[in-house]
Each structure stands twice: as C-alpha cells, then as structure tokens.
Design a protein around this ligand. Structure first.
Ligand code: FRU
Length: 502
C-alpha cells in the first residue's frame, strides 16, 4: 500500500513536470528555457525581427513586430503584437496583420489619428492607423523591381483588430527594388503627416493630409552617411535641447533621422546610423557629414521610437544581428528586443549626439543594491553601475564555473570582448572584440551595464556611447570582477539585482 502511494506521487510529479515543459512551449506562459531573456521582450515562440507600429494610446504601449509564426526562422512576415503599461512587463496579444494577396507584411509604423484625418473613425472612435510595406513575393520570384509598396490598415478597438484599407497600396512602387519601412509622424506647423521611407540608398520624404494620398517632398542621403548596405527602417523625430549647460546656437530642438543599414555596421553586420539636423516639413538638412551610430554593439538593429508619447522619445531595437540571427542557439523562439530606452540630445565639442538611457521604469524591477570592492557573486538579471576617479583603463569581467567570460571595459575606447564568453560555434562571425569611440569629454568614466541571461547593454558616459551584445554562456555567469588598470580606482561601484518580468 505504502509502495503504491509513493509510486503514485512519483508518477504525479513526473506528469506535472512533463506538463510544465509543455506549458513552457506555449505562447502565454512564463518561460525559463536556456537563454530566455528575463527582462526583455521575446515572442513566446518562433521568429521575430524588427519592432513595428510602436504607438502609445490610452495608457498602453503597443509593440508590433516582424513575426513568422510558423518557425523559428525568417519566413512569411506577419505583425505580431504585445502590449505594456510600463514598457517593462509585456502581454502577448494575437497576431495583428497577416500576409495577403499584396504580399508579406514588412516593417512600418503606427499613429493615433486624433482628428480623424483619414476618415476611418466612425461613431466618434479614434482610429489607430498602421502604415507598412507590402512585399510581393510573386513579383520577387518573377524578378520584377516593383516588389515593395506602402499600405495602410486601421483599428477602431485600440489596436486589437485591424482592417486593411481597400485602396492599398497607398504609395506604389516607382521602380526601386528596395522601397520600404514607412515611418509616419504628424508635423504640426504644416498640419500634414510626414512619411519617411527607405529607398535603397536614400530616404524619400512624403506628406499627406489624410494618410491615403501622399505627395513626394524630397530625398536625402545619396553620398551621405554610411552605405555599406541597403537603407532600412528610418525614423524622424525632434528632440528638445536640454535647458542650461548647452550653447544651443539658438536652437531649442534638434531633428534626428535614424537609418538602419543591412550591412556595414560599426562592428560588422547590420547597424543603425543617425543624422542630426533641421527639418521644415519638406527637407532634412544635416548638421554635418559625420557618421554617428545609435549603438556600437553587434546586436541592436532596426530600432525605432514610439509615436504619441508627448515629451518623451522612447526607442526599442531588435537585439540581434542579421548576420547570425537565424543561427543563435535558441530553438523555441528566435530574437528578443533591447530594453526600451529614452533618447535625449547633448552637445559635445560643437556637435550634437544622442544620449541613450534605459527607461526609468526599469527601476520597477530593482530588488535593492549593494556596493562592493573588486568582485561580487551574482546572477543575471542585474545592473552594474560604476564611476572611475580618472579617465584610464579598467575592465569588468563576468565569468561562470565553466571558465567562460565576457569582458567589458575601457582602453582608450570602450569595448566588449565576447571571445570565449560561451557558445560561439553556431556562426564564425559571432565571437569577437567590439569597440566604440568615447564621445564624452568628462574627466571621469561612468558606466551602467544591464545584464540579462543572454545579453548585455552598456550605457557608457551617461549614454553617449552604447553597446548591445548577445552572449550564450553554457552556465549562468555568477561572478563580476572589476579591475582598474594603471592605478584607476572606482569612485562608485554597485550592483542591483533585477526581478524577471515573466
Ligand atoms: C530589416 C528588414 C526591413 C524589412 C523587414 C522584413 O530587418 O529587412 O527592411 O521591412 O526586415 O522582415
């Protein structure tokens, strides 16, 4: 009898744990597989790339994303959907847009059409309008150039369900093979919508009064910036120049045009460059010819910002690199996002630069911090902050019991060295030492490093230099060592444990 009971208990436990494994594969459940990010958004299952349709409405941040629900590799593109009230905790929602007779649903944006300029709003409902690229694979197979065109869809139930416009596409292909990723904003001075589009080696600006009929305004970018690859996923927005401390030259805002490139990023593979300048509703005039990068790490691509967030400008990127995103050692899903980041602008040596910080809401996850000297034992997710007494070399080493380590530091420039950091056999281009220039001129070095189970995000010098990098340790890193070289001492050094979001 006793024997039977214990057998029963064993069986029940086995069934329970088998169930848990099954549950872990489902979309809506907390998930703990190896390498599953604990403080970053990932799809429950299958493939994700670019963030799309970022819009804030009625207290909810919408995150749509390039998604193939059939496998953990790129395929026929849909818009997946997730929502959040705090940018940190995400709820996965049903797929928002499916491929149709005009093609796959490629990247794009979404706006709140408060004044119902589109006429899609009925019964006083405010329409959300998504603007995206239709990618026609039949035309692609026929080797035609007019593969990509721009279309719209609207939602009258706050993003839950979407209706595609009967008059799609709203911008036909003019004979340019790569013609995609429309990003729309309201430009109040002319009371028109501005659409920023990536067209192979340039940006084309269009304007519209109703989101349906678009007029070409101007082109930008031939011979400017980096052209290592096709231009993709642009974004255009104004950032206020910080009051005090800056000689703004009479400007109270700076326009930023960001452009992702599929190849030719600062450390190889893809990357996102940006231009600062002026925009008058018709043309973008850059301040200079310098090439600047949103993120110098290997793993931040196709990032764009939320619309309708008032004075805040919040960015999120796809934390991956197209060079190896399809081979990373996660099978249930592939790819997560960066942390949402707040963007600002700063003037250094007469030039404007982006300042990027994790959104303040990340603080919700803090479980108390502790100071330490030289080394400490801790497991991800956590945040490390330090400030040196002078500008000089130092390094932060994260290591595990398998002898794997990743080194983050400063040696005349910022760097992340992920050689020997964990699994790297899946792609020859993965392991490497990646560097980023120091932009700040301050007399001390500072760093905030956010570490999740398979990634690190470095915000150096208050966010003037950023690096996002994936790592795949075979066992969790459980030790941090901080080594000041050439007598560099730490003025502050502290680590904060973060709670997981799922
Ligand atoms: C960028 C990109 C976009 C395109 C989408 C397709 O990663 O190539 O230009 O719209 O991905 O999934």
């Amino acid at each position: 009898m006793k024997r039977k009971t214990s057998m029963l208990i064993i069986c029940a436990t086995l069934i329970l744990s088998a169930d848990k494994t099954l549950l872990a594969q489902k979309d809506e459940d907390p998930i703990k597989e190896p390498y599953r990010p604990q403080i970053h958004f990932t799809p429950g299952a299958h493939w994700m790339n670019d963030p799309n349709g970022l819009v804030y409405y009625n207290g909810v941040y919408h995150l749509f994303f390039q998604h193939y629900p059939g496998a953990s590799n790129w395929g026929p593109m849909h818009w997946g959907h997730a929502i959040s009230r705090d940018l940190i905790h995400w709820k996965r929602e049903p797929i928002a847009l499916y491929p149709d007779s005009l093609g796959y649903i490629f990247s794009g944006s979404a706006v709140v059409d408060k004044e119902n300029t589109s006429g899609f709003g009925v019964g006083g409902k405010v329409p959300l309008v998504a603007i995206f690229t239709h990618h026609d694979t039949a035309r692609e197979r026929a080797r035609r150039v007019d593969v990509e065109s721009q279309s719209i869809a609207y939602s009258l139930d706050e993003g839950k369900t979407w209706t595609k416009y009967g008059g799609n596409p709203v911008i036909k292909n003019p004979g340019v093979r790569d013609f995609r990723d429309p990003n729309v904003m309201w430009y109040a001075p002319t009371r028109r919508w501005i659409l920023t589009l990536a067209a192979q080696d340039r940006i084309i600006f269009y304007s519209s009064s109703d989101l349906k009929a678009w007029t070409k305004e101007s082109e930008f970018g031939v011979g400017l910036g980096s052209h290592g690859g096709v231009w993709e996923c642009p974004d255009l927005f104004a950032l206020p120049v910080r009051a005090g401390g800056l000689s703004s030259g009479g400007r109270d805002s700076v326009w930023v045009l960001s452009v992702s490139i599929g190849w030719g990023g600062p450390n190889g593979g893809n990357g996102t460059q940006y231009f600062t300048g002026k925009f008058d509703g018709h043309v973008f005039i850059p301040d200079d010819k310098e090439i600047k990068w949103v993120d110098h790490g290997r793993d931040d691509y196709a990032g764009v910002t939320w619309s309708n967030t008032g004075n805040r400008r919040i960015f999120i990127g796809w934390m991956a690199n197209g060079e190896y995103a399809g081979s990373v050692p996660t099978e249930v899903w592939r790819s997560g996002n960066t942390l949402p980041r707040e963007l600002g602008i700063d003037k250094v040596n007469g030039r404007y630069f982006l300042v990027t910080k994790p959104v303040k809401e990340l603080g919700i996850l803090e479980e108390g911090w502790k100071g330490f000297k030289d080394s400490v034992r801790i497991q991800a997710p956590f945040e490390l902050r330090l400030e040196t007494g002078v500008v000089g070399s130092f390094k932060v080493v994260l290591s595990n019991d398998a002898g794997e380590r990743v080194v983050i530091g400063f040696d005349k420039e910022w760097y992340v060295d992920r050689r020997g950091a964990g699994r790297e056999d899946f792609h020859k281009g993965f392991a490497g030492r990646h560097t980023a220039p120091r932009i700040s001129q301050s007399k001390t070095l500072s760093l905030a490093l956010v570490v999740d189970v398979a990634s690190l995000e470095l915000f150096a010098d208050g966010g003037l230099t950023v690096m996002s990098e994936l790592v795949f340790p075979s066992k969790p890193y459980n030790k941090i060592e901080v080594v000041g070289e050439d007598g560099v001492v730490m003025r502050t050094l502290r680590v904060t444990k973060l709670k997981g979001i799922w």
